[in-house]
Design a binder for this molecule. Structure first.
Ligand SMILES: Nc1ncnc2c1ncn2[C@@H]1O[C@H](COP(=O)(O)OP(=O)(O)O)[C@@H](O)[C@H]1O
Ligand SMILES: [Mg+2]
Length: 342
C-alpha cells in the first residue's frame, strides 16, 4: 500500500461488441450498449450508450451511430476510445472526486482481436488515466465469472455467445488449451431475422425491431417445452411501401436462425474434437457452460446438449458473467496474474 493509493481506483471493464459493462468496488456501475453517435459535420461524439442506441436506425444524414467493436474487432479506434472514456466518466463514485483518480484496470477483450488492437485498447486506457492496465481474454473472464475453478488440472468448456462473436474455449490450469472464435453470434441472428422477414413476409424491419423479435420469441429449435406467444411485428411493406403489421410465431424464427445455429454447433464440435483426451474426459463429466446474451436464446442449451451428448448449463445472469469474472480478476490480481493476456 503506497501513500497515494487513496488516489487510485480499481475498475473492471467488459468491452463487449454489443454491451460494455464496468465494475467498480464490486458493483456493476455501467451497463450500456457499445454504441456511439457522431455528428458528421463536426466529427464530435454527441452520445454514447443507451442514448446513442435510441438514435439507432432513426438518424438523419448529419448523425451517424457507430458500433466501434462490430464483428469482434475494433472497427473504429477513435470512437471506441471516446466511448471508454465517456463510460468511465459516468461512474457515479468517480464523478464526485475532486481529482481525477489514476486507475488500475482489468479490461476484458474478445479473444479474436489482434495484438495491434490489444495494444490500442491498452493505449486508450492509459490515455484515460489508466496507470496499471491489464487485459484478459473473454472466455477466461467468463469462466471465472461463472465460478469455475480455472486453476485446477481439470478441463472445462466455455461457450460465450455475444453480439459479434461466439468464443469457445477449453480451459485448464489457468490457461486456454484450445479455443475458437467464430463471427456467428447475436448480430448474425438478428440479421437472419431481418432477411427472413423481408423474403418470407415482404416486410422490411430494422435491426432494433429484429432484435426485439429475437428476444421476445426467438428460438433455436421448433420444439420448445414452453413456447412464447405469437408476436405482432410492424415494418414497411416492400410491395406497397406502406407501413404494415404481421403476426409471427417462434417456429418461424427457429427456421430463420437454423443455419447460423448449425454453424455455432459445428464450431463447438470442432473445438471438442481438438480437445486433448484427458481434458475431454473431464468435460464429459463437467459439461459445457454457456455465457453471453446469445446463450439466452430459447432452446439453444437443449439443442447443444443433444448435439454433443453433454450436459449444458447457462450461466446465472449470462450478460454479466464476463464482467463479474473481470471484476474478480481485478480483486484477486496476484492470484490471477498468470491468466492475464500477455
Ligand atoms: N433473451 C435473449 N435472447 C437472445 N438473445 C439475446 C437475449 N438478450 C440479449 N441477447 C443478445 O445478446 C447479444 C449481446 O450479448 P453480450 O454478451 O452483451 O455481447 P458482447 O459481449 O459481444 O457485448 C446481443 O446480440 C443481444 O441481441
Ligand atoms: Mg461479451
Amino acid at each position: 500500500m503506497g501513500f497515494f493509493d487513496f488516489l487510485t481506483e480499481d475498475i473492471a471493464i467488459d468491452l463487449g461488441t454489443a454491451n460494455t459493462l464496468i465494475v467498480h468496488n464490486g458493483k456493476v456501475v455501467v451497463d450500456s450498449p457499445s454504441i456511439v453517435a457522431r455528428d458528421r459535420t463536426t466529427g464530435k461524439i454527441i452520445a454514447v450508450g443507451k442514448e446513442a442506441a435510441m438514435m439507432q436506425g432513426k438518424t438523419h444524414e448529419n448523425i451517424k451511430t457507430i458500433r466501434p467493436l462490430k464483428d469482434g474487432v475494433i472497427a473504429d479506434f477513435d470512437a471506441s476510445e471516446k466511448m471508454i472514456s465517456m463510460f468511465i466518466k459516468e461512474i457515479p463514485a468517480l464523478k464526485k472526486k475532486l481529482f481525477t483518480p489514476s486507475l488500475r484496470m482489468v479490461i476484458c477483450i474478445p479473444s479474436g482481436i489482434t495484438e495491434v488492437e490489444m495494444r490500442a485498447v491498452k493505449d486508450s486506457a492509459e490515455r484515460v488515466n489508466g496507470k496499471e492496465v491489464y487485459l484478459i481474454h473473454e472466455p477466461m473472464a467468463a469462466a471465472i465469472g461463472i465460478g469455475v475453478d480455472i486453476m485446477q488440472p481439470k478441463g472445462n468448456m466455455i461457450v460465450d455467445i455475444g453480439g459479434g462473436t461466439t468464443e469457445i474455449a477449453v480451459i485448464a490450469l489457468g490457461g486456454i488449451v484450445c479455443d475458437k472464435s467464430v463471427k456467428i453470434a447475436g448480430d448474425v441472428f438478428t440479421n437472419d431475422i431481418v432477411y427472413y422477414m423481408r423474403t418470407q413476409h415482404n416486410l422490411y424491419v430494422g435491426e432494433r425491431t429484429a432484435e426485439k423479435i429475437k428476444i421476445q420469441i426467438g428460438a433455436a429449435t421448433e420444439d420448445l417445452e414452453v413456447p412464447p406467444d405469437e408476436m405482432s411485428v410492424q415494418g414497411r411493406d416492400l410491395l406497397t411501401g406502406k407501413p404494415k403489421e404481421v403476426k409471427i410465431g417462434y417456429r418461424e424464427i427457429a427456421k430463420a436462425l437454423d443455419k447460423s445455429i448449425l454453424r455455432v454447433e459445428d464450431a463447438v464440435m470442432e473445438t471438442l474434437s481438438q480437445t486433448p483426451p484427458e481434458l475431454a474426459a473431464d468435460i464429459y463429466n463437467t459439461g459445457i457452460y454457456l455465457a453471453g446474451g446469445g446463450s439466452m436464446l430459447r432452446g439453444l442449451d437443449k439443442r447443444l446438449s443433444q448435439k454433443t451428448d453433454l450436459p449444458v448449463y447457462i450461466a446465472e445472469d449470462p450478460l454479466r458473467a464476463v464482467v463479474r469474472g473481470t471484476g474478480l480478476t481485478l480483486k484477486n490480481l496476484e492470484r490471477y496474474k498468470s491468466v492475464l493476456a500477455k
